[in-house]
Ligand binder design. Structure first.
Ligand code: F0G
Length: 455
């Protein structure tokens, strides 16, 4: 059969409340055009994030009941640890309440003033946690990643030559090398296994540990299986093990490729670093066998990890985004290609060429999609990345609006509705105006900044 169906049936449903355009205009103004301030109950299709919003399976709900809430040595932890190590063969697995807690612990140990931490592209919380220690977060994406129209298969790769140059110049300042898979900020694009191996080799040649931010590891492994020569015969689970056997550790948000509503972990091989990390964990998260999570959460993650490497699921998951991107490309909408693993990224720089980067075309487009159809996406551009640690502003490399797909939540008719909303906004794109920021915090401003439309 050619039709790729959602490989599940629906057992519990949540109603979507319909809203009118007038109501949405009022809500937008009250939220100061920041979609993080819009109540979820007033959103029709919520594509703000794919994080923590998956539909859990019946087996995961059953696992919640199996959860054991013992303070120390819970069997839930043993199941969680075994499920992680079945895919990611690290010696120490340290649970955290979500990904950024793992980042805070890791960079609290490895960061600090004067240090430099390179990656393909750091996600916002990773960058924030690095910069909070006084260290510098450096992005070294491959050249193709800057061209939203390039159909290169692995636009999430790191530029290994620039990594080597950095290490040759400044090795003493680099405590570790990171790689984000898939590259969320760069469009949900995968890194190839060859690139992962090359980055690991470069780091190790300079005696540096190599850490993977593995949030969307299963989607990345699926792309490797589809696109990298010699990988077709391997199972996704085997490719995942191959990826993580290159690394010395990882940070993870279980809210992505573990189908969990909360959770994360820091995993690593170095005994001394793990001991220090556990000491910090006890201060900030909890005892090392629960780390800020309930036992039931650990069980939901353990079950989710078994389900996420299912290839029928991954085929449907990636196809759902490709379907949307194909329809948008046919209609001439500027969109990042090829389709990413977890999201569709609209190219606001091209669609709204009349709005200057520091008038935030991505924010203007995100607000318009909400007003038009109640679709909530997220700006990934100069609002998110345009403010430097010293307070100055510079345009980001790209002005994107991310429409992230919650896992197993929306159906094809939801996708068709979302496409219709985008096409309607696209037709009137010349009438959209830029935004200015009227209030903002020092860091991670996209969450709480207030905007006003330019007159
Ligand atoms: N790394 C990447 C690549 C991420 O995408 C995220 C979260 C994190 C780390 C932090 O994990 O949220 O569990 O603390 N990304 C979400 C998103 C928030 O919408 O892309 P967390």
């Amino acid at each position: 059969m050619k039709t790729i169906i959602e490989p599940f049936r629906i057992k519990a449903v949540e109603p979507i409340r319909m809203t009118s355009r007038g109501e949405r205009q009022e809500i937008l103004a009250r939220a100061h055009y920041n979609l993080f301030a819009v109540p979820a109950s007033a959103v029709l299709i919520d594509l703000l994030t794919d994080s923590g919003v998956a539909a859990m399976s019946g087996e995961q709900w059953a696992a919640l009941m199996r959860g054991d809430e013992s303070y120390a040595g819970s069997p839930s932890f043993a199941r969680f640890e075994a499920a992680v190590q079945a895919l990611m063969p690290f010696k120490h697995v340290i649970p955290t309440h979500q990904g950024r807690a793992a980042e805070a612990i890791l960079f609290g140990l490895l960061g600090g003033p004067g240090r430099i931490i390179p990656s393909n592209t750091h996600f916002d919380t990773t960058r924030g946690n690095i910069e909070a220690t006084g260290a510098e977060a450096v992005d070294l994406p491959c050249a193709e990643s800057a061209d939203p129209q390039s159909l290169a298969p692995f636009k999430g790769d790191m530029d290994v030559r620039r990594l080597e140059e950095l290490l040759e110049r400044d090795a003493a300042r680099v405590p570790c090398v990171m790689l984000t898979i898939t590259n969320n900020a760069g469009g949900g694009q995968p890194a190839s296994l060859a690139n992962i191996k090359a980055v690991a080799a470069a780091a190790h040649r300079f005696g540096k540990p190599f850490f993977i931010d593995g949030c969307r590891f299963a989607e990345n492994a699926w792309f490797i299986k589809q696109r990298e020569s010699g990988q077709q015969a391997h199972s996704v689970a085997d490719i995942v093990r191959d990826i993580f056997s290159q690394a010395d550790g990882m940070t993870m948000s279980a809210k992505k490729d573990a189908f969990a509503n909360i959770g994360g972990w820091l995993a690593l091989n170095d005994d001394a670093l793990a001991a220090e990390a556990r000491n910090r964990l006890i201060l900030t998260e909890g005892f090392p066998t629960y780390g800020g999570l309930a036992g039931r959460d650990l069980d939901a993650i353990a079950q989710g990890l078994k389900e996420i490497v299912d290839e029928d699921y991954l085929r449907y998951r990636v196809r759902a985004n490709e379907y949307v991107v194909e329809r948008l490309v046919e209609a001439g909408v500027a969109v990042v290609r090829p389709a990413g693993g977890h999201a569709v990224f609209l190219d606001a720089k091209r669609m709204l060429a009349h709005i200057a980067p520091l008038q935030y075309p991505g924010q203007a487009l995100a607000a318009a999609l909400y007003e038009e159809g109640g679709v909530r996406g997220c700006e990934i551009g100069s609002v998110m990345f345009g403010k430097r640690p010293d307070g100055s502003e510079a345009p980001a490399a790209m002005e994107l609006v991310r429409l992230a797909m919650p896992r197993r939540v929306y159906t094809q008719s939801h996708a068709d509705y979302m496409i219709e909303t985008i096409l309607t906004v696209h037709e009137k794109r010349d009438t959209l105006r830029g935004m200015r920021i009227i209030e903002q915090p020092l860091r991670l401003r996209h969450f709480t900044a207030k905007f006003a439309p330019l007159g």
